[in-house]
Design a protein around this ligand. Structure first.
Ligand SMILES: Nc1ncnc2c1ncn2[C@@H]1O[C@H](COP(=O)(O)OP(=O)(O)O)[C@@H](O)[C@H]1O
Ligand SMILES: [Mg+2]
Length: 289
């Protein structure tokens, strides 16, 4: 962890002198020597502990390659009411299930930037769908409201500290939504480059948290019209420009279907561009009956 931070940043912390900084780095290097691994060892080390968490819908899991993956960042984007927060609420329950039941037996952190997260909803999914004790499930979910983008960015330090100090592992971090505060707080044209710079750093830190702690990071995002796409009428694209595309591992576009049905489309990333239809029910995200 320490080795991943440029020494410039360590030195910026009050009370850390040049000598102290060097001492800290020396200890860290002893604990974790820097070096090369063969390709096969590297693959083994990076995939060994990875777990897939079910979304609650087998069909959605299928297009995701088996569910959302720990160690990577998954983005769900789409219009209002297309199910982004419901997916996150369902994952907050399924993440806690045993491995053989599609879970990761892990705890959950939720950063809510839209003031839209209802703990009661998590409890409802836990009891009605999975027959679990709602309060026990909620005990394993930490929710933090972020009121501005600075809080949102700074929160990741608290997130890393929580994960490091936890007796039982955290396996899911949700940011619902990633762009909402950035979008309103950097509204002017002249502020775009500052926004992208801060957003870039935030997303890189999320990628780092995913990889370092083997946590599944799920971010939600809003959409804007995509006038550049002349092949699809009413085409939409996620906000944030190309920046998020560089760092997010899997991007999923959500669209409304009929009634409570929703369509998920793999938008970018290593997975095949497939569609899945699922439903939003009292029990959370489900397959269509
Ligand atoms: N308890 C529930 N039972 C069934 N459907 C629900 C429940 N709670 C929310 N929904 C449905 O979820 C949808 C809203 O999804 P949401 O995840 O909040 O959208 P988004 O976050 O993309 O704006 C609505 O269509 C709503 O009817
Ligand atoms: Mg929402």
């Amino acid at each position: 962890m320490v080795l991943a931070v440029p020494s410039k940043k360590l030195l910026a912390i009050k009370g850390i002198s040049d000598a102290k900084c060097e001492k800290i780095l020396e200890c860290a290097r002893q604990l974790k020597p820097v070096g090369f691994l063969s390709g096969s060892d590297f693959l083994l080390a990076s995939t060994r502990a990875r777990v897939r968490i079910t979304t609650g819908s087998k069909e959605l899991d299928r297009v995701l390659g088996g569910g959302i993956e720990t160690g990577s960042v998954t983005e769900f984007f789409g219009e209002f009411r297309c199910g982004k927060t419901q997916i996150a609420a369902t994952l907050a329950v399924t993440c806690q299930l045993a491995r053989e039941d599609g879970g990761a037996a892990g705890k959950v952190l939720i950063m809510d930037t839209e003031n839209a997260f209802r703990p009661e909803r998590i409890a409802e999914i836990a009891t009605k769908r999975y027959g679990l004790d709602g309060n026990m499930v909620l005990d394993n979910v930490l929710i933090a409201r972020c009121h501005n983008h600075e809080q949102q960015c700074e929160m990741l330090q608290a997130v890393a500290a929580k994960i490091t100090d936890a007796a039982e592992p955290f396996k899911l971090l949700v940011v619902d939504s990633i762009m909402g505060l950035f979008r309103v707080e950097f509204a002017g044209r002249g502020e775009l480059s500052e926004r992208q710079q801060k957003l870039g750093q935030h997303v890189r830190e999320l990628v780092k948290i995913a990889a370092e702690f083997n946590v599944a990071v799920v971010v939600t995002n809003q959409v804007t019209a995509d006038p550049g796409n002349m092949f699809v009428a009413d085409a939409k694209k996620p906000i944030g420009g190309n920046l998020l595309a560089h760092y997010v591992h899997t991007r999923v576009y959500l669209k409304k279907g009929k009634g409570n049905q929703r369509i998920a489309k793999i938008y970018a990333g290593p997975l095949p561009e497939e569609d899945a239809t699922f439903a939003i029910t009292e029990g959370g995200i489900c397959d269509v009956e």
